[in-house]
Ligand binder design. Structure first.
Ligand SMILES: Cc1ncc(COP(=O)(O)O)c(C=O)c1O
Length: 370
């Protein structure tokens, strides 16, 4: 696109995997508040995290998230920094118990990355590894080798790179289940009470980069060793209401606006899930109806509502596909550099109109290039 000043505000349909599209009403609200928050006279970027204004903003964000996800009293919401990658270390640092290894379910690249960090902290076992099937499906419950003595079991709810997603819970008995929801938090109602720890960086489905939300069962806060560096101990953040150090104030404010949008404009997470099913099936239908041209990566029963991954007959045709899509302002469709192909990230904030435009384009492109 021509980047002249006159068209600087023209928005495209941005299928980026993250940081990703935000709801337009959220961006408009940020724009309105940017010079001065109403009644404050300064912007969110310029006020103390200890000010009554910010404390209200953080409490409001927390209350909205509690209501959206139905977070029970047994769990605590923390706003942290360092991205989900820091959680890959903090989780085993805080939750591994002596003589009790952790079980990792590997459904794709992010699960593998999480395990790579966990082994630095202690003993880790692999409960299932989808390497043999190129991470194109989820394990059945009966395939999971879960140790009843494990400190915790870790899984990745949505594998952003491969496009496979758990839309159901796994059964792990009394072992706390830890789940990386970085790319699908808020995409559906989640039974929080069934999880020991849920974590999600914001920049895909919940806000801008800079804040990572952790929802932890309160009893697990007692596990971390007090000798850990202070920032790395969940207990410190819980005791200080996520103000143990200066929190990422702007990112928390935006996450609160996204939660408000989900409540007031979408109507909650059940509605969001049905919209997400509608949006992703528009794309999966084109793939299935043109199986001589598009090859989806994930098995039908493991498909992600968030990241639709597929290939075209050749790298050259894929190149042509990206260029033609770009012409129509359908952007950032390239698959992750580690796997190639096409990835359409259709997070909560991607409007139905954007997905319709992509589905129409995909059908036309298949018709013209078969
Ligand atoms: C599922 C998943 N986990 C973890 C990460 C890493 O997040 P961050 O870059 O915030 O550390 C990502 C980022 O792409 C992701 O998609």
């Amino acid at each position: 696109m021509n980047a002249s000043v006159s068209d600087a505000v023209q928005r495209v349909f941005n299928f980026s995997a993250g940081p990703a599209v935000l709801p337009l009403p959220v961006l408009e609200q940020i724009q309105r508040d940017m010079l001065a928050l109403p009644g404050v006279g300064s912007s969110i970027l310029e006020i103390s995290h200890r000010s009554p204004t910010f404390i209200d903003i953080a409490n409001d964000a927390k209350a909205r998230i509690t209501s959206l996800l139905n977070v029970p009293e047994t769990h605590e919401i923390l706003f942290l920094q360092g991205g989900s990658r820091l959680q890959f270390s903090m989780i085993p640092m805080n939750l591994l118990l002596e003589g009790k290894p952790a079980d990792y379910v590997l459904t794709g690249s992010w699960g593998k990355n999480a395990k790579k960090e966990a082994v630095k902290e202690g003993k880790v076992q692999v409960a299932w590894d989808g390497a043999d099937c190129s991470y194109n499906r989820l394990p059945k419950q009966s395939e999971l080798k879960l140790d009843p003595n494990a400190s915790f079991v870790h899984l990745t709810s949505n594998e952003t790179i491969e496009g496979v997603q758990f839309l159901h819970e796994i059964e792990a008995g009394d072992v706390p289940v830890v789940v990386d929801c970085s790319s699908d938090i808020f995409c559906r109602p989640l039974p929080v009470e069934r999880y020991g720890l849920i974590y999600a960086c914001a920049q895909k489905n919940a806000g801008p980069a800079g804040v990572t939300m952790v929802i932890i069962r309160k009893d697990l806060l007692q596990r971390g060793d007090a000798e850990l560096p202070g920032y790395l101990l969940y207990r410190n953040h819980a005791e200080a209401d996520s103000m143990w150090n200066t929190p990422p104030t702007f990112a928390i404010y935006v996450m609160g606006l996204v939660a408000k949008w989900l409540q007031e404009e979408i109507g909650g997470l059940a509605k969001m899930e049905s919209l997400n099913r509608e949006k992703s099936s528009l794309l999966y239908d084109v793939i299935d109806n043109n199986s001589d041209f598009y090859v989806g990566h994930a098995d039908a029963d493991s498909r992600s509502l968030m990241n639709v991954t597929f290939r075209l007959p050749s790298a050259d045709i894929e190149k042509k596909f990206f260029a033609a899509a770009e012409e129509l302002n359908l952007t950032n469709l390239k698959g992750h550099r580690s796997v190639g192909g096409v990835r359409a990230s259709v997070y909560n904030a991607m409007p139905l109109a954007g997905v319709r435009a992509l589905a129409d384009f995909m059908q036309q492109f298949a018709d013209d290039n078969k």
